[in-house]
Design a protein around this ligand. Structure first.
Ligand SMILES: [Zn+2]
Length: 162
């Protein structure tokens, strides 16, 4: 970032603020050479680092297509998926980082997907959290059951009261 006054090629960030919609960062900068201050408005690019080491811009569409497979045959609409992808983007941008691992995005998808559909969640989690045994599934299912009990929705246990 060149100083607009003396063209010094370097500058120091003295303050950063994210715009309300989270798509831009307003930075207050100071030139170390002439000492003058100026403001820049920069688009918040969010890069996703893939396992291969290459990066690409974050895309809600990629989130949707990644989850759609896990939702096959489940009562999940395209609208549900779009809303979920929006929540994922908000969560990721909320981290305030410029780049994120694709695996981390997978983990960010889990909580909203879990609210959306538990079966789709288990399918997706089995891939992203690398379930490699029945016990991994059992642990995840036990977690879902415990949450249900906390919400008072556990109606499928026979002989309640035991
Ligand atoms: Zn300067």
């Amino acid at each position: 970032m060149h100083c607009p006054f003396c063209r010094h090629p370097d500058s120091r960030v003295v303050d950063s603020r994210t715009s309300e919609d989270g798509t831009a960062i307003r930075r207050r900068r100071q030139c170390p050479k002439c000492g003058r201050r100026f403001t820049t408005l920069e688009a918040t690019s969010l890069a996703v680092i893939k396992r291969s080491g290459t990066s690409e811009p974050f895309s809600r569409q990629k989130v949707v297509s990644g989850v759609r497979k896990a939702c096959q045959g489940r009562p999940v609409s395209e609208d549900d998926l779009a809303k979920m992808a929006q929540r994922v983007e908000e969560a990721v941008r909320g981290l305030g980082v410029a780049e994120i691992d694709a695996d981390e995005i997978g983990l960010t998808i889990l909580p909203p997907l879990r609210e959306l559909d538990e079966v789709a969640y288990l399918r997706f989690a089995s891939v992203y959290q690398g379930f490699d045994s029945l016990e991994d599934f059992e642990t995840a299912i036990a977690g879902l059951r415990a949450d249900r009990r906390m919400r008072g929705e556990d109606s499928d246990s026979p002989g309640a009261g035991g």
